[in-house]
Design a protein around this ligand. Structure first.
Ligand code: NAD
Length: 252
């Protein structure tokens, strides 16, 4: 679908799933604001997009810091007024048994994967509510639907995102705002490679045996369904959770 004239924010858009999503939306003609804590990769995607003639603008954003969220959102609204949509892809995790987790680790996981999403979304909403239109897509995880070893608090945060999606969708329906969520399965991104670390061959082999399609997801596999939720043909869909996992999870 042609997205010319539309404007989107993609958090975590400097890497992995967010990056593929930002590029897909921009290649369809949209203006995309990438908000990311990593300034180097943020500048890199802006430069790469510029060479292709795409309208991707990087803006610094740390979703764990309310001041940073405020500056980011105010800057975007000053440029485009009301956004057409928001994709929340910023996230972080590290594989570790629950019994070994520290309080500091829990705080970080919740701050990035749950509170950051809640705070940024709240800040983005007012012009959408006034305009009575908008699309929001959360990038949760199948860990939040079916659980995952060594990702206990991350799973809790992602499960929180799923419940947040459904409840926000109910409240926002009267304003014509759709809220949906995708749950990636194992996807080959810098985050996943950092998580599996030295044991990557063994862990990835185990994943491949469990995934019916016998391959990891790619960031582009996720970008398509995220874009779908932003498009006009998804106008009557809200509060839904879509696993994109090569069949690894088949949840009612
Ligand atoms: N890769 C997978 O297997 C997988 C599976 C399920 C869900 N997910 C989710 O998909 C989303 C994207 O992950 P990915 O695999 O593309 O990872 P990634 O590391 O490639 O990209 C995540 C981006 O988020 C940014 N980020 C991290 N902390 C931030 C903060 N405080 N403020 C702003 N930006 C921040 C990072 O700098 C990075 O650019 C995450 O929410 C992740 O939890 C990934």
């Amino acid at each position: 679908m042609d997205l010319s004239g539309r404007a989107y924010v993609v958090t975590g858009g400097a890497s992995g799933i967010g990056r593929a999503t930002a590029l897909l939306l921009a290649r369809r003609g949209a203006k995309v604001f990438v908000g990311d804590v990593n300034r180097a990769t943020g500048a890199a995607i802006e430069a790469e997009a510029g060479e292709e003639g795409l309208a991707i603008a990087y803006r610094p954003l740390d979703v764990t810091k309310p001041d940073s969220i405020e500056a980011f959102v105010d800057g975007v609204h000053a440029e485009v007024g009301c956004l057409d949509g928001l994709v929340n892809s910023a996230g972080w995790d590290k594989l570790e048994p629950f019994l070994a987790n520290s309080q500091e680790f829990w705080d970080r996981i919740i701050a990035i994967n749950l509170m950051g999403v809640i705070q940024l979304t709240r800040r983005i909403l007012d012009p959408m509510v006034a305009a009575k239109r908008g699309r929001i897509v959360f990038v949760s995880s199948d860990a939040g639907r079916v659980g995952s070893m060594n990702e206990v608090v991350y799973s809790a945060a992602k499960g929180g995102q799923i419940a947040f999606t459904k409840s926000l969708a109910r409240e926002m329906a009267r304003y014509g705002i759709n809220v949906n969520c995708i749950c990636p399965g194992p996807t080959d991104t810098p985050l996943m490679r950092a998580q599996v670390g030295e044991n990557s061959a063994k862990i990835i082999d185990g994943m491949l045996r469990a995934i019916p399609f016998r391959r990891l997801g790619t960031p582009e596999d996720m970008a398509g369904p995220i874009s779908f939720f932003l498009e006009d043909r998804a106008a009557y869909i809200t509060g839904q959770v879509l696993s994109v996992s090569g069949g690894l999870t088949m949840v009612d």
